[in-house]
Design a protein around this ligand. Structure first.
Ligand code: NAP
Length: 315
């Protein structure tokens, strides 16, 4: 295993809300961050870096250019995109890349993928997966709001869901229903078919024909409010008061397996997820060239265990 001491990791979008958490997490782990923004000559900055973490979204505009720079520099690329189409584009375009590429190493796209992988365990296939997200609130950052607009434009007003072994686009409003989350959240009104990046990462390595998704309705109401307030820090780490719980259920025949994680602040928890992935890749684990998600690249239970209990409560 290589030592991570003296490693330098470039962070694109370092001045953003998520980028700031990532920079702090790198420092906390003894890695030197190289902060990059719009004015940075990225090709030059990446010459001094051992890896790059892209936190600049909407990623529809940034993923391709930053990946191209990482390929030229010959260093691993990781991002925190929540954009389903960006994840699928990245898998399609860069499958043969000769650097490790880890898209959506974040709350959406990464955590659900790790939980699904852990829940499936030794199953080679599941008949059905369900991912249910409970957020106590969702005060979106400007980047989240911009990303939502870009994705809505790309989908021309349609919703996306994973069914029949593929991502499908559907017209009309998403269904409202109820979902019973594990305690202490309990039964909540939810929006169904709230498809996030996990539904793009999971099918790249887990065999399932269907992924049902639910998001707590109060969080969707926050997100779609006319003038939503951004997250407000309530602790010394800069985390907001938002709490989350993600439940994954995998069903095969008559048997169901579950994995659950909970914690505080979906933006803040993205930093330990993507930084842990970067550290593992730099340390030689899960560093295969080409595109692979967190669940595909790493031992999911070990990865989740390494973030618990400081960042995640499991079970
Ligand atoms: N998958 C997940 O769970 C997850 C978690 C957290 C964040 N995210 C995603 O990460 C992105 C950033 O979120 P955030 O909360 O950090 O938002 P934010 O606080 O608004 O920060 C966005 C950052 O990206 C930069 N940026 C945007 N477009 C750029 C471009 N074309 N070129 C260079 N820099 C650009 C911004 O620079 P300027 O200030 O110069 O505009 C800013 O530094 C969003 O797309 C969000 O969806 C996903």
């Amino acid at each position: 295993m290589l030592s991570i001491m003296n490693k330098h990791v470039a962070v694109m979008g370092a001045a953003g809300h998520t980028g700031s958490f990532v920079v702090a997490e790198l420092r906390r782990r003894g890695v030197t961050p190289i902060s990059c923004g719009r004015a940075t000559d990225l090709a030059r900055a990446l010459r001094d870096a051992d890896a790059v973490i892209n936190c600049a979204g909407p990623f529809a505009a940034t993923a391709g250019p930053v990946i191209e720079c990482a390929i030229s520099a010959g260093i691993p690329y990781l991002d925190v995109t929540a954009e389903i189409e960006v994840v699928t584009d990245t898998f399609a375009r860069y499958a043969q890349a000769d650097i490790p590429i880890v898209p959506a190493a974040a709350f959406y796209g990464g955590l659900g993928d790790l939980l699904a992988t852990a829940a499936m365990n030794d199953w080679s296939a599941a008949d059905h997966l369900t991912i249910a997200y409970a957020l106590s609130s969702w005060r979106p950052t400007p980047g989240t709001r911009a990303t939502g607009k870009v994705s809505a434009q790309r989908r021309n007003g349609r919703r996306v869901l994973y069914a029949g072994r593929r991502l499908q686009f559907r017209p009309g409003a998403a269904p409202r229903t109820e979902w019973t989350f594990p305690a202490p959240v309990g039964t909540q009104p939810v929006i169904g078919e709230f498809t996030m990046a996990d539904s793009a990462t999971i099918p790249t390595h887990l065999d399932t024909p269907e992924i049902a998704t639910y998001m707590s309705a109060n969080a969707v109401d926050d997100l779609t409010a006319a003038d939503p307030a951004g997250p407000a820090a309530v602790d010394e780490r800069g985390r907001s008061a938002q709490t989350f719980l993600v439940e994954v259920r995998a069903r095969s025949g008559g048997t169901e397996r579950r994995a659950v994680a909970s914690g505080q602040d979906i933006y803040a928890v993205t930093a330990p997820l993507v930084v842990e992935a970067a550290m593992r890749v730099l340390g030689g684990a899960g560093g295969a060239a080409g595109v692979a998600s967190l669940g595909a690249r790493f031992d999911a239970k070990d990865f989740l265990g390494s973030l618990s209990p400081e960042h995640l409560t499991l079970g």
